[in-house]
Write a protein that binds this ligand. Structure first.
Ligand code: 4BW
Ligand code: 4BW
Length: 149
């Protein structure tokens, strides 16, 4: 049987698979919601990381969180987009991972989240690890295993 434990997957760390910070769309905690919505719509992503001005990871913000925040009784109260900032709406309760963590930990972390932020010991943002990259890697190993039999 295919064993994740016994394969070369054990040699791979988060660092080998992550999308580095400079390629990740992000917003700052002090940005108005309007700016965050613009970044989300223009980038095409459903959610992006939130950083503070010193590049420390704070949480994530999604289109759904923003729309939920501006939803009134009968209409979307779009004027709230300039009145509120990202830090009032973002989700802080999200797991993070370290670039030295193993493939197995990475695999587990993306079961419940489409992406997980990679953060160092000082809380600085290193990048993200996506479900796509993890599944691609797993798929490659499954094919290599099957072809080798
Ligand atoms: O612009 C895109 N390019 C490509 N190649 N694929 C995309 C793009 N936008 C979406 N996708 C695909 C990916 O397979 O749709 C999936 C869901 O996107 P999402 O969640 O709902 O916007 C993508 O899956 P994924 O690559 O595993 O990424 C999971 C989530 O990670 C995305 C988004 O919230 C975040 N993300 C990915 N790359 C990012 C990013 N956030 C900021 N900057 C990036 N470069
Ligand atoms: O209500 C939720 N509960 C849990 N446990 N996780 C949730 C929930 N809402 C979102 N999530 C998480 C999941 O990891 O955020 C991801 C992105 O949600 P999305 O895309 O942008 O609404 C969720 O990833 P997923 O479970 O792999 O689901 C991927 C996409 O499939 C969702 C949504 O478009 C669709 N989907 C999943 N379950 C659905 C559903 N659509 C309708 N009904 C469902 N029960």
């Amino acid at each position: 049987m295919f064993s994740v434990q016994s394969s070369e997957l054990q040699q791979i760390s988060v660092e080998d698979l992550m999308i580095p910070a400079e390629k990740v769309a992000h917003v700052q905690n002090q940005n108005p919601l309007e700016h965050a919505l613009l970044v989300l719509v223009k980038s095409g992503y459903s959610a992006v990381p939130v950083l503070n001005p010193s590049f420390r990871f704070e949480g994530i913000i999604s289109k759904t969180m923003i729309l939920d925040h501006i939803l009134g009784i009968e209409r979307f109260e779009v004027e709230k987009l300039s009145a509120a900032t990202v830090k009032e709406v973002m989700d802080r309760d999200v797991p993070t991972i370290n670039k030295k963590d193993s493939f197995l930990k990475a695999l587990k972390s993306v079961i419940n989240h489409p992406f997980v932020c990679v953060v160092d010991e000082d809380g600085l943002f290193d990048g993200i690890l996506t479900r796509r990259v993890i599944l691609k890697q797993l798929n490659r190993h499954l094919h290599e295993y099957n072809n080798g039999r």
